[in-house]
Design a protein around this ligand. Structure first.
Ligand SMILES: NC(=O)c1ccc[n+]([C@@H]2O[C@H](COP(=O)([O-])OP(=O)(O)OC[C@H]3O[C@@H](n4cnc5c(N)ncnc54)[C@H](O)[C@@H]3O)[C@@H](O)[C@H]2O)c1
Ligand SMILES: CC(=O)[C@H](C)O
Length: 251
């Protein structure tokens, strides 16, 4: 049903992890996918795998975000789908958190998202068509976790941005939505350590961590032309992690 043939999609942080899952799902659905990432080696590998394209992008560099989005439009004539997915989630407790810890997470996750999305929205407004999809999280908007105060703030901030953006661009045929992943097995998640991963398997009702492609399929849904009447909304993709009212609810 959701055929993205002929669509040009740009995925930030698409070299690895969830971004790679999004790239693969969009490509399976027929889109031509461009990956923007600081990881050149894996960015090129992922692009090759899907017959897509890699471009160097550091989302904290505003001028580069503008240049890259404009280059995509010059080369491909349009930009239909933007998946703003780049993010980091280092853990540091509030008492130990430095200004530099705070700034780094906010700069990549929130300001970097703004830099890329702003450029894409300008293009999509002119086209009178576009799909913007943010990778937020359950952490921040719904749940919390010790060490992720700055991260949770960045992910909740993305949703605040999304709701105003959805309103500003609704009359131009542009939707702005977000995916809220739970625990998805990526290099970033593995870096939290085996105890975290095992503890999480126990509290997720499916008793499995998610796969990057699980997030990719949600991106295909929001990226499709058929979902034009959904904007400013979120989909939680977490294997039911946030559902139980108390531990005995996990069977
Ligand atoms: N893995 C999870 O369980 C989980 C859960 C909820 C939300 N998320 C969100 O999903 C997104 C991806 O997470 P992941 O687990 O795949 O992480 P990951 O670390 O596996 O991959 C992140 C990607 O972003 C790239 N990147 C980092 N800094 C960049 C920058 N400044 N500019 C451009 N690219 C940059 C990295 O090179 C990498 O390819 C993040 O926004 C994260 O917050 C992840
Ligand atoms: C990294 C993150 O967002 C958690 C797993 O929800």
């Amino acid at each position: 049903m959701f055929d993205l043939t002929g669509q040009i999609a740009f995925v930030t942080g698409g070299a690895n992890g969830i971004g790679k899952g999004i790239v693969e799902a969009l490509s399976q659905a027929g889109a031509f996918v461009i990956i923007g990432d600081i990881d050149e080696e894996n960015g090129k590998k992922t692009a090759e795998k899907v017959n897509g394209q890699y471009v160097y992008l550091d989302v904290t560099n505003q001028a580069l975000c503008e240049k890259v989005v404009n280059q995509i439009v010059e080369e491909h004539g349009k930009l239909n789908i933007l998946c703003s997915n780049t993010g980091i989630f280092p853990q540091v407790m509030i008492e130990d958190m430095t200004e530099s810890d705070w700034n780094k997470t906010i700069d990549i996750n929130l300001k970097g998202m703004f830099f890329v999305v702003q450029q894409a929205l300008k293009v999509m407004k002119k086209q009178n068509y576009g799909r913007v999809i943010l990778t937020s999280s359950v952490t921040g908007p719904i749940t919390g976790y010790p060490g992720w105060a700055h991260y949770g703030a960045s992910k909740a901030g993305q949703l605040g941005f999304m709701r105003s953006a959805a309103l500003e661009y609704a009359k131009f045929g542009v939707t702005v939505n977000a995916i809220q992943p739970g625990n998805i097995l990526t290099e970033g998640l593995k870096a939290q350590g085996e105890a975290y991963l095992e503890g999480t398997r126990q509290i997720v009702p499916t008793h499995e961590l998610g796969e990057p492609i699980d997030i990719g399929y949600a991106a295909v849904f929001f990226g499709a032309k058929e979902t034009k009447y959904i904007t400013g909304q979120c989909i939680v993709v977490d294997g039911g992690q946030i559902l139980p009212e108390e531990p005995s609810g996990i069977l």
